[in-house]
Design a protein around this ligand. Structure first.
Ligand code: ITT
Length: 199
């Protein structure tokens, strides 16, 4: 079976390929970049779940194939959950990880260590061409650093220290991150759903 990974984010694709390979589902995983003629859907939802479903349904409808999508972000307690669904475009430039992270650090410069709780959140959606849909969730709680550390991962990884660790997500190996991450949790929960609906 061909299964569409409805994302253009290279960091997500790398992680999703590993997480789903571990499940040994036997699907041929194809990213959105393999379909250059299909326009990107507007992420008009107000929740991670809505946006994940929008992306999955758009690709399933356009390709006639089952599609999975990830909508994710960083939710900062002291910012009442922001950047949240706006994480990829927090600085105004979609996908500029460095600008997004720098702006967030600047906004939190005066916030003390005891008030720097945050978590990554991921909604993982599956859509079939007939309109069938499922969505599951995962989170990873942690604390925000004052400066980026580490070179692995992507996005806000260099500034989130997961609870129970002394290092940032960007200092974890890919396998260590996937084992505890919002994305790992959500997509491992999606695996039995994929087996049930796709065979
Ligand atoms: P697609 O919509 O094509 O999947 P995107 O990057 O626009 O790609 P999102 O709208 O879901 O995806 O934005 C997610 C952003 O949240 C991403 O750009 C990162 O800045 C951040 N993020 C999500 N998961 C992360 C992770 O595991 N580590 C670090 N940052 C993460």
């Amino acid at each position: 079976t061909r299964l569409i990974l409805a994302t253009r984010n290279a960091g997500k694709i790398t992680e999703l390929r590993t997480i789903l390979a571990d499940a040994d589902l036997g699907y041929d995983l194809v990213g959105t970049d393999a379909y250059p003629d299909i326009p990107d859907v507007k992420e008009t939802g107000v929740t991670f779940a809505e946006n994940a479903l929008l992306k999955a349904h758009a690709m399933a409808a356009a390709t006639g194939l089952p599609a999975i999508a990830d909508d994710s972000g960083l939710a900062v307690d002291v910012l009442h959950g922001a950047p949240g669904i706006f994480s990829a475009r927090w600085s105004g430039t979609h996908g500029d990880d460095h600008a997004n992270l720098d702006l967030l650090l600047a906004q939190l410069a005066d916030i003390g260590p005891e008030h720097r709780a945050a978590h990554f959140a991921c909604a993982a959606a599956l859509a079939l061409p007939d309109g069938t849909e499922r969505v599951v969730f995962g989170t990873m709680p942690g604390t925000l650093r004052y400066a980026p550390v580490g070179r692995n991962g992507f996005g806000y990884d260099p500034i989130l220290q997961p609870d129970g660790y002394e290092v940032t997500c960007a200092e974890l190996s890919p396998a260590e991150k996937n084992a505890i991450s919002h994305r790992g949790k959500a997509f491992r929960e999606l695996v039995p759903v994929l087996r049930e609906l796709l065979g």
